[in-house]
Design a binder for this molecule. Structure first.
Ligand code: BG6
Length: 519
């Protein structure tokens, strides 16, 4: 049964927006969140919507429908969301003066994802909101459930006619955001993409990768293509190699069953690191529209040849954390984590060497490393330059110049180069030139989900992964996981929590005459 609406009947002019104008204002619409009682909704989606509302980015007539199995009333659902905002929002607690305005536009439908009747109720409620709240037939669906529920939700949306604009000839739109993981391997990703494609056209589909919502990640494109001084150096003539690090001090945080199934390579490499890599290595797009940017990104992924078993031996290292110490506190090993197999062979660390085989990057190794329970949380991409072609100062050992794109937590860009130590001797030491977002722009911390939800409301898919990108990234990752199947599993656990991963990860880069950056 459709839950009673408790909103006022007159089409709402969002009072939070009164008198304000933003350059990016979406059209009126309803956002429908499947999996509305889950973690993602509470930790990320609702706080993001709340912050967008406060900043007056939401459209005038905006409503949310939560769809989940739990038997909640609208009121109970709203109360649970207020608590989440109080806990997880970057602005908290919820402002009393906006609380009612914000929550009264939120509704709840309790239904099994399999049950067509629930989708009929959803359709009725959407129709009603269009009439009463002026939401104009526009819908943004968000899949925030367990991925195994995605196909049945998509098919039911199709069956009840919600995947297409509601009125013939109208400009109303329907879009769907699909959360990661998009599949577990290439085949399951293709299957999911196929299921989506049977119901939605590609331009209605928004595959989210929250790394693309980070300011610092978007800034990679600005840094490279809004300035002319870096791009001439951004290639094999000047760059010796690239190191990409995504390290976390966190463990698996109660997500044992999910992690057992994915491991670091699927959790971090297939999506976030491949996205970073394509932004760093892509050619300039002809313009900044969604397909021009994504065309260039996918070309990078296509230029990475899948690894054969030999390559997998030579160019990959996997690790799993044992017990250790993080920030002075003892932590347990992965195999002792809740709901993890005590003999698990899941990777919690990987290091990989890849090559982008095209004119710009031929022969430039790109080293990726990512892991849980490393000493600290850092995401960065470092481009190390070749030594000067002629050694004019042979008496001193000159460290290579390095340009670092710091994604988090100290977001900014640093350039390290050699400088003369003042004094009579010719001594050279590395110094850095730093740009920090915080210093230059004040506090800019927004959440990636805010940006990405806003873009989806606006219909801008530039910062979302296209089908071919996702599948191409899987092709690379699959070649590695397939190789691992034929090889002996390393003797896990092979690194202590609080260290920089297994010793093999050092050997693997050192045999190339290079070193991981000390972070
Ligand atoms: C998620 C992974 O996609 O990204 C997590 O599932 C990981 O395991 C997280 O911790 C890292 O995101 P961020 O934004 O904290 O770097």
């Amino acid at each position: 049964m459709t839950q009673a609406l408790t909103t006022t009947a007159t089409p709402a002019i969002n009072p939070l927006r009164t008198g304000m104008r933003n350059e990016r204002t979406p059209e009126p619409c309803v956002m429908v969140i499947f999996g509305a009682t889950g973690d993602l909704t509470h930790r990320k989606l609702i706080p993001a919507l709340y912050n967008l509302a406060i900043e007056r980015y939401l459209p005038a007539n905006f409503n949310v429908i939560g769809f989940a199995r739990r038997p909640l009333t609208d009121e109970q659902f709203r109360e649970s969301l207020v608590e989440s905002i109080n806990h997880f929002s970057r602005r908290r607690p919820i402002m009393p003066e906006v609380k009612d305005q914000f929550t009264q536009t939120i509704h709840f439908i309790s239904s099994d994802f399999q049950n067509p009747e629930g989708y009929q109720r959803l359709s009725d409620l959407l129709g009603k909101l269009d009439q009463e709240q002026g939401t104009q037939g526009n819908r943004l669906f968000y899949l925030a459930t367990n991925p195994s529920d995605y196909p049945v939700i998509i098919q039911n949306l199709g069956a009840v006619g919600l995947a297409r604009p509601q009125r013939a000839g109208s400009s109303a739109w329907a879009r769907i955001i699909v959360e990661k993981p998009i599949g577990h391997d290439l085949e399951s990703a293709q299957q999911l993409n196929e299921t989506v494609a049977q119901v939605f056209r590609e331009n209605q589909v928004f595959r989210i990768d929250h790394y693309l919502g980070k300011e610092t990640v978007q800034n990679i494109l600005v840094f490279r293509f809004a300035n002319s001084i870096f791009e001439p150096l951004w290639n094999r003539r000047y760059i010796d190699h690239i190191q990409m690090t995504v390290s976390e001090e966190l463990g698996v945080e109660g997500r044992g069953p999910y992690y057992e199934n994915s491991g670091t390579i699927r959790d971090m490499v297939q999506n976030h690191m491949m996205q970073l890599l394509s932004l760093v290595c892509m050619e300039p797009p002809i313009n900044f529209d969604a397909n021009s940017v994504r065309d260039e990104k996918v070309k990078v992924l296509r230029a990475i040849a899948p690894l054969d078993t030999d390559d997998v031996v030579q160019r990959t290292v996997r690790g799993q954390y044992g017990a250790g110490v993080i920030f002075g506190k003892p932590v347990k090993g992965y195999r002792e984590e809740e709901r993890v197999d005590p003999n698990s062979v899941t990777d919690t660390f990987v290091a990989i060497k890849l090559f982008v085989e095209n004119w710009r990057w031929a022969g430039v190794p790109i080293y990726l490393r990512t892991g849980k329970r490393l000493p600290k949380r850092i995401t960065e991409v470092a481009l190390q330059f070749k030594p000067a072609p002629h050694r004019l100062f042979p008496q001193t050992n000159i460290e290579p110049s390095v340009l670092t794109l710091q994604i988090q937590p100290n977001d900014g860009i640093s350039m390290r180069f050699g400088a003369k130590v003042p004094g009579q001797a010719m001594q050279i030491r590395p110094v850095t030139m730093d740009f920090r977002f915080g210093q230059s722009f004040g506090n800019v911390a927004t959440d990636a989900y805010e940006r990405l939800i806003l873009d989806a409301l606006l219909g801008d898919s530039t910062l979302f992964a296209r089908r071919d990108e996702v599948e191409q990234a899987w092709t690379i990752v699959n070649s590695i996981t397939d190789g691992w199947k034929y090889l002996m599993t390393p003797n896990f656990p092979n690194y202590e929590s609080g260290t920089w991963g297994p010793k093999e990860a050092d050997d693997f880069i050192e045999k190339d005459g290079r070193r991981w950056r000390r972070l």
